[in-house]
Write a protein of this length. Structure first.
Length: 260
């Protein structure tokens, strides 16, 4: 990635962060740090690594993304709107009754490939998608974004333990480690996964980790992304909080958290 492209991706990530703050501020929903922590990861994946086609969103050969961490849906929605899957104005009705964009991803939303919200169930969905695509002879890849809490659930490990024997080499698990030292990588390797790591807030580091993935191998892959854990406000964002966060972003502060 050259310097100009690196700068462009950082600019896109900044705009996505601002949209996340705005949409969650307007909706007065909690959990903003979970969405903000994966913005750089999603921006790199959608703009550099994944094959997606906003004008042909049902193309069989498109890559799929499963957002296991359903509460981070605002980051996904902000990316999809900026890619052109739907009008950006939809963001401002986030989480309202009857709106397109609900609190957790729904496959009725353009650009969303799988439902989200089942704790620890995202990996099983991703593996199922991977198996289905292989049976259909489609070479698309499936990416699943989880966090450490979700990876502590038994359902996630039931899925992880079968992926290697099923030779699902085009499934990639991205684990947001929230800045913690973890045994998840060791357990994944013991289950037969190929594991690498990266700084989830640094585009160059993210690029290096994804560039090292070998899709010719039948081994399932995992990338451990270290991000800032962040602390959420205990109350929905006030107008002051939202304006303050936007001002910080405009001044070059990369927010991992919002505090009241």
């Amino acid at each position: 990635m050259d310097a100009a492209r690196h700068k462009e991706l950082e600019r896109i990530a900044l705009e996505v962060r601002k949209d996340v703050v705005r949409m969650m501020g307007v909706a007065r929903t909690l959990g903003i740090s979970k969405a903000l922590s994966i913005v750089d990861i999603l921006v790199y994946m959608y703009w550099e690594h994944m094959k997606v086609y906003p004008g042909e969103r049902n193309r069989p050969d498109r890559d799929r993304l499963v957002l296991g961490r359903g509460s981070a849906a605002p980051a996904l929605y902000a990316c999809l709107s900026r890619l052109g899957f739907f009008d950006r104005q939809e963001l401002w009705s986030f989480s309202r009754l009857g709106a397109m964009l609900q609190g957790y991803p729904d496959i009725r939303t353009p650009g969303v490939d799988a439902p989200g919200g089942g704790l620890g169930g995202g990996l099983g969905i991703a593996l199922g998608l991977g198996m289905g695509l292989r049976m259909e002879g489609v070479g698309a890849r499936v990416f699943c974004v989880m966090d450490e809490y979700e990876m502590s659930v038994g359902a996630a490990w039931e899925s992880a333990s079968t992926a290697a024997s099923d030779r699902l080499g085009r499934v990639v698990l991205i684990v947001d480690t929230n800045g913690t030292d973890t045994a998840t990588a060791i357990r994944l390797e013991a289950c037969g996964w190929s594991v690498t790591d990266a700084d989830g807030s640094d585009m160059s580091s993210i690029e290096s980790s994804f560039g090292a993935l070998d899709y010719t191998s039948s081994t399932p892959k995992a990338v451990m992304m270290k991000t800032s854990p962040g602390r959420d406000s205990s109350e929905p964002l006030s107008r002051f909080d939202m304006d303050n966060a936007l001002s910080k972003l405009e001044n070059g502060t990369v927010l991992a958290d919002i505090e009241s």
